[in-house]
Design a protein around this ligand. Structure first.
Ligand SMILES: [Zn+2]
Length: 332
């Protein structure tokens, strides 16, 4: 629960003056201090909403409603392209132990390893997501020998993407034993980029390729001429309702909002592999709201963005498995 403590510590020490210097980073300009103050206020409001909604029992589950149209019946040629995705459904609950899959909170960072720092902003990286391989689809390839994936990010916008820059750390579960390191104070981080610790209520489902990936002839031509049951634009229906789930997930295909934007590897310039998504609004598309939460608008704050992330939309993480160090990049 160090994250909560960090918020309180940061709130207590936030300066009203224009600038200050921290032990780890450069001076924080006045604009940053104002943004940090605003995001801390929003965070406190969010924490109050979580407390009011209460913790989700650890035995709960979250279930995607069945899709309204049997797509394989209409387009059997898509069958070989199906991919397993695990929707993560992060929710406010009892925080899992440091070596378990989780969003935010304390992760299994060996105490003897220096805490990583953002080279650009000189601020400590924020632990964002930890996934054990058995919580991921088998189609998601881990680095050889590894079975734990840690995602950390720089809690500021990088110049190239406007998104927090991701760092992936691949570890072996058997090498992870306490004591684990506590991250240094993150008083320079934008609080909206420090996730409130969440438990994952993982759900498996099959996804069809997103529209930009589904370059299968004659599928695209056929789908564009198709009239979905109940009407509506066929491509929009395919994209928003039938093919890919919104919200936090690992594996499957990305749900692009406003057009596909898959990144190329900065090192080898080749296309990268889609890995996972974080999202600040799991309820963005009504048909994907879990059945346990349908008709319960009072749960919006605690369910659709329990982590309280200040992301404008989807945050997709791509990885290049061709370069030796498996570099990661974010896209939205
Ligand atoms: Zn590469």
């Amino acid at each position: 629960m160090y994250t909560r403590r960090l918020f309180l510590a940061a709130a207590a020490t936030l300066p009203l003056a224009a600038c200050r210097r921290t032990p780890t980073g450069p001076a924080v300009p006045a604009l940053d201090a104002a943004r940090i103050r605003d995001e801390l206020a929003a965070r406190n409001t969010h924490l109050a909403a979580l407390a009011a909604a209460g913790k989700l029992p650890t035995t709960a589950s979250r279930t995607t409603p069945p899709r309204p149209i049997d797509l394989l019946k209409e387009f059997p040629e898509l069958k070989p392209l199906l991919r397993m995705a695990h929707r993560l459904h992060p929710r406010y609950s009892d925080e899992p132990a440091s070596d378990q899959s989780k969003l935010g909170g304390a992760i299994a960072w060996p105490a003897g390893e220096p805490w990583p720092t953002c080279e650009t902003f000189k601020t400590p990286l924020v632990p964002v997501l930890q996934l054990r391989a058995d919580d991921c689809p088998s189609q998601v390839k881990f680095k050889p020998g590894s079975d734990v994936l840690q995602l950390l990010w720089s809690p500021r916008e990088s110049k190239d993407t406007g998104l927090p820059r991701p760092t992936l750390v691949w570890r072996k579960q058997k090498d992870l034993a306490p004591p684990f390191a506590e991250p240094p104070p993150m008083t320079d981080a934008y609080p909206g980029y420090i996730p409130v610790p969440c438990r994952l209520f993982v759900e498996k489902l099959l996804e069809f390729p997103d529209w930009s990936t589904a370059k299968v002839t004659p599928f695209r031509e056929r789908l564009e001429k198709w009239t979905p049951a109940g009407g509506g634009d066929p491509v929009k229906t395919y994209t928003d309702t039938l093919s890919v789930a919104p919200g936090a997930k690992v594996g499957g295909f990305p749900h692009w909002v406003g057009g596909a934007n898959p990144p190329a590897c900065a090192t080898c310039k080749r296309a990268m592999d889609y890995l996972l998504t974080l999202d600040a609004d799991e309820w963005r598309l009504p048909s994907w709201v879990p059945v346990e939460e349908i008709g319960k608008p009072e749960l919006r704050a605690s369910a659709s963005n329990a982590a309280g992330l200040a992301l404008a939309g989807n945050y997709h993480v791509f990885v290049c498995r061709r370069c030796p160090d498996w570099p990661a990049q974010a896209a939205s």
